[in-house]
Design a protein around this ligand. Structure first.
Ligand SMILES: C=Cc1ccc(O)c(OC)c1
Ligand SMILES: [Fe+2]
Length: 533
């Protein structure tokens, strides 16, 4: 008689949950497909008492097997993780965003929508629905969460219940159909600087720039055109400028999309391109486009203005197509060399500075290296977004490792000084994937970098996930606290730290039904004395 593991292998999963046999869907990255609460998680070590707030993050998590096996992993349904920390304790909740896609597919008990950002591959009944998976970033604005996917408008969610309130268009003020996953919030005045690309439909070179005040009132709207159509994933802002980033993942023409092509393909003949536009009172003709070689840009570290009137942009630069699953036109992305590092002696990726002169006559730009670390998912003390800053946090590959990190993901956290290039790091080891950090200031007026880093670790050795808290000034010492979860989560994308003081209410994250005010008063925070001890 075969044992259970052999039986399980011999019996096929039902078709709606028979996930493709690729690393994006199997083993440590197999879809989770649950919603969960854990009240008072097991904590090892001590969570610093001054930490009071919630870490929210987005995790693409497939409810259903994709209709097309070659779909890309960034098309999974957005699940939101919330970790609420107070008084040294941590509660956890995970819920799916109720997107149009999620609710329709829940009713159908299978995928109905097709490939990532290609509505021509859908069941015809849903081709005109909003396609957001809400799986990329989650930010807090106007007393609510906004779950973001760059192909659609945001979904608004309740920060305590994680219930989806619906699509959000700033009360009718936001007309573009798309909205970046990386808007910037000005730490001084709470303004939201944002944009949408392919803003007049698939493969259009129209970009809509918007500026909102902290209460969601529209201050600016300006429509511009890009030199070519491609992914514009992140952006940047300074006090007076907005920076757009256009990367050589070129959007395929509608005729090809109609034939079922992927939305993007890597174009060797397109340059990494940057646009600057005045943040206030912009006119379409004010935009200036700068260009470099064919190269990949994922995420912005920060931007600021120099005394010279130039705009500076800091970010990792990668010399090959990091999104290799979007291969060159018509080529198999799994085998094509554009997916591989060029191996021409340069680092695969390093953290660099770009300079844009608003009065330039030569629009070619060159990067200057700031930190020689191969990493991505840059984060900083967000009180310094749009301003000069010193401290940077990055996910990296362990610089000293002899092994290749599990699944190619990052397993090391680094903190760096962008002025000296010096860095420190802590590696979680061979079997753990580490995700983007969020910075938690020790106090509202603490010096830059005086605080903690929070992130999620996927321990592939034990198939469990945990949340790590590190002292941002002592990253090399490893976590001061580990918040354990009794299950495995998948790779996440981006997240935000929201201090308790920013939330309207002081609610519990987990279900407290049955806990009356009387019970709470009598037991919360009291010392328990067992009668026989
Ligand atoms: C991290 C980059 C990135 C770019 C586009 C996406 O749709 C996305 O979804 C999770 C992620
Ligand atoms: Fe991103």
């Amino acid at each position: 008689m075969a044992d259970i593991s052999k039986c399980a292998k011999a019996l096929k999963a039902q078709p709606e949950v028979n996930f493709p046999d690729t690393p994006f869907f199997q083993d440590a990255e197999a879809p989770c497909r649950f919603e969960a609460e854990v009240y008072n998680c097991v904590v090892r070590g001590d969570i610093p008492k001054e930490i009071d707030g919630t870490y929210y993050r987005c995790m693409p998590d497939w409810s259903w097997a994709p209709l097309y096996d070659d779909d890309v992993f960034i098309n999974g349904d957005g699940a939101i993780d919330a970790i609420r920390i107070k008084g040294g304790h941590a509660d956890f909740k995970q819920k799916y965003v109720r997107t149009a896609k999620f609710v329709i597919e829940r009713a159908a008990r299978q995928s109905v929508f097709g490939k990532y950002r290609n509505s021509f591959t859908d069941d015809a009944r849903v081709q005109h629905e909003v396609h957001s998976t809400a799986n990329t970033h989650i930010i807090y604005f106007e007393n609510q969460l906004l779950a973001l996917k760059e192909d659609s408008k945001p979904y608004a969610m309740d920060p305590d219940s994680l219930e989806t309130k619906g699509l959000y268009d700033f009360g009718g003020q936001y007309s573009a159909p798309t909205f970046t996953a990386h808007p910037k919030i000005d730490p001084d005045n709470g303004e939201l600087i944002t944009m949408g690309y392919e803003a007049k439909g698939d493969a259009t070179n129209d970009v809509a720039y918007y500026l909102f005040d902290k209460d969601g009132k529209k201050l600016e709207e300006c429509w511009i055109n890009t030199p070519y159509v491609g992914m514009m994933h992140d952006m940047a802002a300074t006090e007076n400028w907005v920076v757009f980033v256009l990367i050589p993942l070129e959007t395929q023409p509608v005729e090809l999309l109609k034939k079922g092509s992927k939305h993007f393909a890597w174009s060797e003949d397109k340059p990494l391109t940057f646009g600057i536009l005045p943040r206030r009172n912009p006119k379409p003709e004010d935009v200036r486009w700068f260009h470099y070689d064919n190269a990949f840009y994922g995420h912005t570290g920060n931007a600021f203005e120099g005394e010279d009137g130039c705009v500076y942009l800091d970010a990792p630069l990668t010399y090959h197509n990091k999104f290799w699953f979007f291969g060159p036109k018509g080529e198999d992305p799994f085998t094509h060399p554009s997916a591989k590092p060029k191996n021409d002696g340069r680092p695969e990726s390093h953290y660099v500075r770009w300079k844009f002169d608003p009065n330039a006559t030569d629009f070619r730009v060159e990067p200057t290296e700031l930190v020689n670390l191969d990493g991505e998912m840059p984060k900083l003390d967000e009180r310094f977004i749009t301003k000069k800053y010193n401290k940077l946090y990055l996910c990296v590959h362990d610089p000293k490792a002899k092994y290749s990190p599990v699944g190619g993901t990052y397993n090391t956290l680094a903190s760096a000084d962008v002025n000296t290039g010096k860095y420190k790091y802590w590696s979680a080891g061979e079997h753990t994937a580490l995700h983007e950090v969020a910075f938690i200031p020790k106090a509202p007026n603490a010096p830059e970098g005086d605080g903690y880093l929070i992130t999620i670790a996927n321990r592939r050795d034990v198939k469990l996930s945990c949340i790590l808290i590190l002292d941002a000034n002592k990253v090399e010492s490893g976590p001061v606290a580990i918040i354990e979860l009794p299950f495995r989560l998948r790779n996440g994308i981006h997240g935000s730290w929201v201090p308790r003081s920013d939330l309207l209410f002081d609610k519990d994250l987990c279900d407290m039904s049955g806990v009356t005010e009387r019970i709470r008063k009598e037991y919360a925070g009291t010392t328990v004395k067992p009668a026989l001890l």
